[in-house]
Design a protein around this ligand. Sequence first.
Ligand SMILES: O=C(O)CCC(=O)C(=O)O
Ligand SMILES: [Fe+2]
Length: 343
Amino acid sequence: MPTPTHFSRYPVFPSESIFPIAHIPTVSLSKLQAGSDEESSRLYDACRKEGFLFLDLSESQQGERLLQYGGKMFDLIEKTLTLDQHTLEKYACDAPRSLIGYKRKGMLRVDDNTRDSIEVYTLSQDDIMGNIPPLSNPEPIEASRNDCRGFFETAFSVVRVLLGHLDKQLDLPPGTLAARCPLDKPSATSLRMLLSPAQPVKDPRRINFGGHTDIGIITLLFNVAGGLQVLPAGSDNVDENWRYIRPQPGCALINIADTLTEWTGGLLRSSLHRVMSPPGTQAQLPRQSLAYLVRAEKGATVQRLKGGSVIPPLGGGEEEDTRNVDSWAAWRAQVTTYNPYIA
Ligand SMILES: O=C(O)CCC(=O)C(=O)O
Ligand SMILES: [Fe+2]
């Protein structure tokens, strides 16, 4: 994925006039690391308006390291999800209770009431970081535990830079947001490895992974082939309003997730997104992607953050939501407009 080699495997993203793309701002990690106020407010604006941004990883040592680890994890998707079905089923996830492990194709309902066509292996951060006794994963992952650990450490260090700037923009004490998702404390944080098969040439375009928002704090995504679409703010959920996100080499794609929207009283935007078969001739190759889904520490609540001059206090009629993030997530899975789990 993120490396030029991964991009060179695909035909270029086809013309924008046939596959309309979303406007997604690009923010520079190196400028954020250097403390640029201008970049910090560009980050904040993107988190408020689009809920998505490209994070340019160039000219940053940490960014380059993340690209290298991202490349290794991309190669691991292929090694893992091309194992035979019988082997993968030994690691089947216990959906909908937990998605850790292997999810075969067709377990989820997509928006048009067909089934998903995406295979997913979800790696638990707690497992890799040693926050819980080790889980058992397929051999290619077990053989790459050090690289997986390197990925989680590096990805989290980059996410910490973003959360630090959001603390400042939200007038919260430094470290507030990162302290709610520490790398060494149990949480539902995971690395999702996704693979959708090549689309047979004569088949119509299909939805591989239905419309959803991410439930955690923030997500860091790597994809190379197109296919990810976002529903822009203020647009009705009808097919013609969805826009493709064109993957950018050297960048991670960041999106705000629901917990951060709750904590900020709706200031930051968690956008609806879905995965279609890739546009044009890109669909003739399998599509891989990686999602580092950062969730709050177990026991944290979804209560709105207090203090500071930016996050609006609860209004007169509003009740404080003191549920913990995990029971809130379980409740959310039930009350979303469609319950995606079939089995
Ligand atoms: O495959 C992608 O590009 C996005 C995946 C995604 O949205 C997710 O795993 O939550
Ligand atoms: Fe997502």
